[in-house]
Design a protein around this ligand. Sequence first.
Ligand SMILES: *Cc1c(COP(=O)(O)O)cnc(C)c1O
Length: 396
Amino acid sequence: MTQPDINGHFDVFGGQYVIETLMPALKQLDAEYEKAMKSPKFHRQLQRYHSTYIGRPTPLYFAGRLTKAVGGARIYLKREDLTHTGAHKINNTIGQGLLALAMKKKRLIAETGAGQHGVATATAAALMGLKCDVFMGARDMERQALNVFRMRLLGARVIKVESGTQTLKDATSAAIRDWIGSVKDTHYIIGSVVGPHPFPKIVRDFQSVIGHEAKFQVMVKEGRLPDLLVACVGGGSNSMGLFHPFHYDDEVAMVGVEAAGLGISTGHHGAPLAKGKIGTLHGSKSYVMLDKDGQVMETHSISAGLDYPGVGPEHAWYRDTGRAEYVAVTDKEALAAFEKLSRLEGIIPALESAHAIAHAMKAAGKMKKNQVIIVCLSGRGDKDVTTAQRELGYEE
Ligand SMILES: *Cc1c(COP(=O)(O)O)cnc(C)c1O
């Protein structure tokens, strides 16, 4: 019943496509993780950080004005934007930080693109008194100078990666190389439900707090399960965190929203589930954006968090089995939803989350008034206001 199987497969997806020298580290991590999951002490610690540090449970908010404006199903927002550091990524880094402590590791490493996962990892490291090195492409360091400073302020070292395209892909490879040599005292925190087994499983489980809470909260408020779940998909962690606890509830439909960027037909997007091919990237098999020569394509999205050419293997499996449906929303549609939610509810969403809002509005309009949608509001939009200001033309 439970997925993945012991080798990390979700049917043909997932697995461990890594060099032999990494296998002992992955084996050790899986064993330690399973041990931690059976430890009441581990769960007590995690629970304590949830309630006193992250700010959980996050509210399930009924978006009354948005619902009224759309004129269809009742729209609820799962408020991950209200967590410490302002997005769901902290659920994973605190969980894996505790795992590092349980394994008696002294150092955390992470890869980061825009810096959001780097900041969340540096936060966990500061909280737990662990050393922290974050690998970041040279180009990204220039573009995201503020997040580089945040990480340094939190006590992390930011290691500049100057190989390849000097972005997330190369930072990930550099982090993996470091881990091969440092695994004895170092834990590598991957930022989404991607990478070799057991990472997709571990990240999913730590993010599943989103779905478990939402399920309980909607039962209290509506007395029944929702008809539809909607969440944006970059690597796929906030969406899988919401979806997974509803996996066996057949009456609950799920839609993952990828970035259509400038439009799927332009080739400038971040939608491997809509337009990718089966391939391997960063140690696991899934849908990947590959060109006709099999090379990983450059992606585009207005939101940094959705600007990734791969996607978690469990989503590939959900897609092929039909358990979830995947759609794509353009930069323009996401910006319109960003503005709409701000005006109607006083909530400025992350541009990633605005993709989910845009689709939820489309879907709600076609549903009945007594139906219920839960949208994962994965993060707050403070980080995106400069981009939005430029794109929406507010400058006077
Ligand atoms: C990183 C990020 C995402 C995308 O990552 P997933 O693993 O797909 O959840 C979405 N929303 C926000 C706010 C992010 O920071």
